[in-house]
Design a protein around this ligand. Sequence first.
Ligand SMILES: Cc1cc2nc3c(=O)[nH]c(=O)nc-3n(C[C@H](O)[C@H](O)[C@H](O)COP(=O)(O)OP(=O)(O)OC[C@H]3O[C@@H](n4cnc5c(N)ncnc54)[C@H](O)[C@@H]3O)c2cc1C
Length: 489
Amino acid sequence: MNGTPIIEKAAAALKAGAVMTDPAGLAVLRPDNPLIDGCVPPVGVVRPENAGELGKLLACANENAMNLCVVSSAGSHYHGTFASDREHLLVDLSSWQGIPWINRRNRVCLIEPGVTYGQLLAALDPEGLTVSMPLAPPAGKSVLAACLDREPSTWPNKQWDIGDPVASTEFYFGGGQRFRTGAAGGPGSLEAQRAAGGAQKCPTGPSQTDFHRVIQGAQGTMGIVTWMTIRAEIKPTIQKPFLLVDDNPGRLVSFVYAAQRPGLGEHSFIVNRICAAMLINAARRGKKPCPAESLPEYICLQNIAGFEVLPKERVAYQVEDIREKSRQAGLKMKRSLRRISADEFLGIATRPCGDSDWRRQPTGDYLSVFFLTTLDRTEELIGVFESIAGSCGFGRDAVGIYIQPVTQNHACHMEFIVPYDRQRDIDAARKLEQESTAALMENGAFFSRPYLSAGNRVLCRNPQNLTVLKKIKDIFDPNRVLNRGKWGL
Ligand SMILES: Cc1cc2nc3c(=O)[nH]c(=O)nc-3n(C[C@H](O)[C@H](O)[C@H](O)COP(=O)(O)OP(=O)(O)OC[C@H]3O[C@@H](n4cnc5c(N)ncnc54)[C@H](O)[C@@H]3O)c2cc1C
């Protein structure tokens, strides 16, 4: 079905004004990332008013073989993870911004797809709660989409399972069935469950199923989530962050292992100076920039916090214990470097960074290659990436490195960020993305969130995976209405 009939059918199924085709509005939703090949703009944008309307849209899509893509973040869509290379309608849920339920006792809240980190932090604050979040997310970033995409958070010891902080969810499968997972799966309505003391916090269920895992990480190909409950955390009442620095990551890695093993400390990550300068300069926009050369080669942020019970005492003993770990690793804990204090750096890391992603700060465009590994392998993988970057014309000083322990440091997210000049370096950036992804994969990097060339490589590596995925798609989205053709599905 092409353009006009799709729009007419969708408009007939929904309330007047729910489908937008204004070219200027559509242009905003087209990802402007030169590394994403072949994506086409949507023929229209649909903004269903509520879950009931969304259900009608899905029924109409299934009857009329439409292709739907879904977006929940607002603002710049540089990543454009929802993009499609086929004709499609874009379902925009960014205006669903309700946070109808916050439960302090069980530390859990219910959010709609368009809620941003700024909105959620403000809503949780009066309850003495906060939430673990990705490193300085853009202002329009949807919390629900970040959790669905398993973006790593800077607070690794609050993550027990790779799916955290997702608790319960409600979604429509592509086939149009409305479904609830986790404790919310039943029996009873949400209200009845709450009256009986339930809090929709458990992610497993209903029964022995765990279907949110089919939707999580699927990049909008299996279902559309209408709300999610997520785990909130007690807000620290005192924070005392420290910075540890070195010329290479080796001793910092030993320190992070030593601190994370007994569960000491709170927010924790390692960046190289290129990455640190991007973060600092994006936050200090308009002020005197902080040159990367003025920072140490590698910086580890280690936050220490006290909560509601004996906060000063907790900070005092944790400082002593963590200082001992740093001594054993041959490092010093500092409250401040020449160009940045630990307090400012923690603030930058744990607040939204503004309209644009901080990675765009140096040149407007960047390549990022990211995957899961373990901390002990990071130095080796840095060597692999830097050698290919060098052969593509990007020296060591052009590569930002972000190492984020996840799930209590059982693994780590590793990210290489290479800002480049769109006019001059696009071919080199493309070559670097393809060659480095292949080489890193060959060396054991695990691309659990595959984008760009990693998507096809992951599926080609194990053809059985693709067969299984196709079977799953046949069950949950038999008419291929969600991002048809992505990953060959
Ligand atoms: C080229 C590229 C580079 C990237 N670089 C990085 C990086 O350096 N570090 C990093 O951590 N991440 C990175 N990512 C991942 C990216 O940050 C996230 O996927 C981000 O959420 C994309 O935001 P968005 O505005 O495009 O879409 P969002 O609206 O945030 O949607 C993200 C994904 O979730 C799906 N989705 C949204 N809402 C729903 C819903 N209600 N139900 C079901 N599915 C939904 C979308 O279809 C899409 O696939 C990159 C992605 C790409 C393509």
